[in-house]
Ligand binder design. Structure first.
Ligand code: GLU
Length: 416
């Protein structure tokens, strides 16, 4: 059963509030978003007709600094989803101790039905509509589901044209040629890898012996699958929007990545011993590590009982509902929560922002080293709190993240 993601985000705050005895006023404050803008985006389509799209940008908190979070283009986007995603960004940045707030944006559209020119017009008009609440000191967008470096370029260009000067730090995830950072593209997947490596050490598992199932073959799922494949892991199954494929002996991820990069989908891939499977049977396939790396609401009370793995590593935001989370805990499956596991993206986004504002750029070695240092130290802290308080990694991560924000609110006080 699918759950309203914002209700889910609010429920998570209540659970952690109880644990840390949070002031009820602060709890209530955190269950709401600071501001939410709904915009109408009229677009002249290629055929001359005019279509209106709806867009959103939400700031959950800017207590610690500018809002930070991606923009997604999807027919399923709605205000509550964006509010939830903005809330999760607050916890993610806080957990990594980044001086940023939580924000998110979205445009309700189906990019597969639009031309590049139409996508460009939507991006530019959306940027113009939200221009008063974004900016290097206010809120810095980034890529998310169905958005990419090219779309970030158009946002940067529109913003810069309106302001009369080039302002690269208004978005992250840009192409390197215009102020992007090396290593930002694969950063979320690389972060997942560093976290899994650190977890394996704690659980005394050999990473290369693990069997893996990945839901999603985009920026996040594709990168983590490739990194684990290179490390020698057996990738049993992977999926894209057309469904999943499974191979008992392990899939050749390099070959599959080429297939995808040639614009082809997994439903047309065939090979010896390759089985085509549904999304649901992919999620319940027996493996050591299940990596949901697509969208929210994938592991629910309907299928949690059938999940058959040792570790769930959350590549997506909000892939597990609270009810499902309880079931996984009872089954003693170790769940590495989204706000820790997939925080590599926002971490390198922060590096990009720092580089842009300083006009001084780092090399890949420095990016990956600093990413590993920050994400592994967040993991260590989460592990420590989870052992100390005998709680799940998710609750431990929330305890750390929410406590830091609560302390900042307490110190700043409520205005006026
Ligand atoms: N969309 C990514 C996330 O959910 C990255 C956000 C960012 O880099 O600001 O974490």
């Amino acid at each position: 059963m699918s759950v309203n993601p914002f209700k889910m985000a609010q429920e998570q705050i209540e659970i952690v509030a109880k644990q840390i005895d949070l002031d009820p006023n602060i709890t209530e404050f955190l269950k709401n978003v600071e501001r939410a803008l709904i915009v109408s985006i009229p677009i002249i389509m290629d055929d001359g007709s005019i279509k209106i799209f709806e867009g959103y940008r939400v700031h959950h908190t800017t207590i610690k600094g500018p809002g930070k979070g991606g923009i997604r283009f999807s027919p399923e986007v709605n205000l509550d989803e964006v509010k939830a995603l903005a809330t999760w960004m607050t916890w993610k940045s806080s957990l990594l101790n980044l001086p940023l707030g939580g924000a998110k944006g979205g445009v309700c559209c189906d990019p597969s039905q639009l031309s590049m020119k139409e996508i460009q017009r939507i991006t530019r008009r959306y940027t113009a509509e939200i221009i008063n609440i974004i900016g290097p000191d206010i809120d810095v967008p980034a890529p998310d589901v169905n958005t990419n470096a090219q779309i970030m370029s158009w946002i940067m260009d529109t913003y810069s044209m309106q302001k009369g000067r080039t302002i690269p730090a208004v978005v992250t995830g840009k192409p390197i040629e215009i102020g992007g950072s090396v290593g930002r593209g694969p950063a979320t997947g690389r972060g997942l890898y560093f976290v899994l490596q650190a977890l394996c050490e704690k659980m005394e598992l050999d990473l290369k012996d693990l069997s893996i199932v990945v839901q999603g073959f985009g920026n996040v799922g594709g990168t983590i699958a490739e990194l684990l494949f290179e490390r020698g892991c057996k990738i049993l199954a992977i999926s894209d929007i057309t469904g999943g494929i499974y191979c008992e002996e392990g899939l050749d991820i390099k070959e599959l990545a080429e297939w995808r990069d040639n614009g082809k989908y997994l439903d047309s891939y065939s090979g010896d011993k390759i089985k085509h499977i549904s999304n649901d049977s992919l999620l319940t396939s027996k493996c050591d590590v299940l990596i949901p790396a697509a969208i929210e609401n994938q592991i629910t009370s309907d299928n949690a009982d059938k999940i058959n793995c040792k570790i769930v590593l959350e590549g997506a935001n909000g892939p597990t509902t609270p009810e499902a989370d309880e079931i996984l805990n009872k089954k003693e499956i170790t769940v590495v929560p989204d706000i820790l596991a997939n925080a590599g993206g926002v971490c390198v986004s922060y590096f990009e922002y720092v580089q842009d504002t300083n006009s001084y750029f780092w090399n890949l070695e420095r990016i990956n080293k600093e990413l590993e240092k920050i994400i592994v130290s967040a993991f260590e802290k989460v592990w420590e709190v989870s052992k100390e308080k005998k709680v799940s990694l998710r609750l431990a991560a929330y305890i750390i993240a929410v406590s830091r924000i609560a302390k900042a609110i307490e110190l700043r006080g409520f205005y006026p």
